[in-house]
Design a protein around this ligand. Structure first.
Ligand code: ATP
Ligand code: MG
Length: 424
């Protein structure tokens, strides 16, 4: 019989790697918590409409990448391809705006996109994201970017570049769209097929092309920044002043447009030189129109999402995981001793230690070897004599020092074990 394998573009996260994930999640919780963001967990699937309306029909995500299916009740359901639409739906449905003022949220979890799998690109992947609802102030953009930068530096990631642009408001973009289409139309036949298609559907996205000839054509395209209204330009200036005040380096990139339709004003990406083609670890921006588009009250918003797989690829390069180890390894021989070994382990855990019980039933020598390999600081030993006397031998592996302790005193005694003995 053939064995069943994980689906293409999905990956198991094995115990050997889980330490990176836990470190990443714990750091995110700490850094975002410090900046007054609160975690939200929304469902992994939603009505297809939410994404169609919230992300935009003309985007790659909605047009080509969604996992959409009918459930048994004939509803069109989609596995979430990103986190913002669900966060916005929840914000509206739970009237989180009702608490007044500003709502800062963050999330992490799996996302699903039907893409061609490669390093740093999967069909089930994970994002950490943050959203600030309720402020149109450019300082909210600066704070959102700053917390992303803080997270990346708390993770020890270096040689990251922040690219910044403004895509203006709807009117700015409409104006710019016309200028861009006028510029590109004479080159129509030289554009790659995707870009040609976008010329009518989503021309701004052409600027984001990875096709070389199209890129060359775009070099002399009009810049969106030149099409900004005085208000939008002033806003963009304030964002830059804020970043400069925080000492956050950035480069302006007037071809940075991001994939999703709902972006207004600030758009940004954080890229790494160490990831090959999948260079973007974080993408975000302002999306003032989305909450009202999805039926909520007019609400300004700014946010970002980071690809966790890409962050972990970078983490793996800078810090090898330390092998997990236990404090105590319990070895035992003989019927009675083997049963008592279980309760000795429980007592040691109760005293706050990590404990692994050898279940092999093999000779003491082999059990000791396994204890060594488990990185144990000490072995708890039970043979027939210990079982008869209700005692246990504690042997500290580094010094070889050994003491016999009565099982009934073990909890009290273990609580006061010398901390130095646990330092390797
Ligand atoms: P890309 O241009 O790489 O496809 P995107 O613009 O589609 O990225 P966003 O929707 O902005 O990406 O998502 C934010 C981040 O999530 C990306 O910068 C990336 O780090 C990560 N990401 C997006 N798609 C995937 C995927 N299929 N596999 C792994 N990570 C992903
Ligand atoms: Mg993509």
């Amino acid at each position: 019989m053939s064995t069943i394998q994980a689906l293409r573009g999905t990956k198991d996260i094995l115990p050997t790697d889980i330490g990176y994930w836990q470190h990443l999640e714990a750091t995110a919780q700490q850094i975002l918590g410090q900046a007054a963001f609160r975690e939200i967990r929304t469902p992994m699937f939603e009505q297809t409409d939410l994404f169609a309306r919230g992300i935009g029909e003309a985007t790659d995500v909605v047009g080509k990448e969604m996992y959409t299916f009918s459930d048994r009740g004939d509803r069109s359901i989609t596995l979430r391809p990103e986190g913002t639409a669900g966060a916005v739906r929840s914000f509206i449905e739970n009237k989180l705006y009702g608490t007044g003022g500003i709502q800062r949220l963050w999330y992490s979890g799996p996302m699903f996109r039907y893409e061609r799998p490669q390093a740093g690109r999967q069909r089930q992947f994970h994002q950490i994201g943050a959203e600030v609802f309720g402020s149109a102030d450019p300082r909210a953009d600066v704070e959102a970017i700053a917390v992303a930068v803080n997270l990346l530096s708390a993770l020890g990631l270096k040689s990251l570049k922040l690219a910044l642009n403004s895509v203006g408001d709807r009117e700015d973009r409409q104006r710019y769209r016309e200028k861009l289409v006028a510029y590109l139309t004479p080159y129509k036949d030289e554009l790659d097929p995707d870009s040609k298609d976008r010329l009518t559907r989503n021309p701004l996205r052409i600027l984001d092309t990875k096709v070389e000839r199209t890129q060359e054509i775009c070099v002399d395209a009009p810049s969106i920044v030149d099409a900004l209204s005085p208000d939008s330009a002033e806003r963009f200036e304030r964002v830059q002043q804020g970043l400069a005040a925080l000492g956050i380096d950035y480069t302006l990139d007037n071809r940075l447009v991001r994939g999703l339709d709902y972006y207004t004003h600030t758009a940004f990406e954080i890229q790494s030189d160490d990831l090959g083609a999948q260079a973007t670890v974080c993408g975000g921006g302002r999306y003032d129109g989305l909450v009202s588009e999805l039926g909520g009250p007019e609400t300004s918003a700014v946010g970002w999402a980071m690809g966790m797989e890409r962050l972990i690829l970078l983490l793996q390069e800078i810090q090898p995981l330390s092998e997990p180890s236990v404090d105590f390894y319990v070895v035992s021989r003989g019927n009675q001793a083997e049963i008592q070994a279980l309760s000795v382990a429980q007592i040691l855990r109760q005293a706050g230690y990590s404990v692994e019980v050898d279940l092999s039933g093999s000779a003491f020598g082999k059990q000791f070897k396994r204890g060594d390999r488990a990185g144990a600081k000490a072995c708890a030993i039970l043979g027939d004599a210990e079982a008869d006397n209700n005692t246990v031998q504690i042997k500290w592996l580094k010094s070889g020092e050994q003491t016999e302790i009565s099982q009934s005193n073990l909890l009290e005694t273990a609580k006061s074990f010398d901390g130095n003995k646990f330092k390797s």
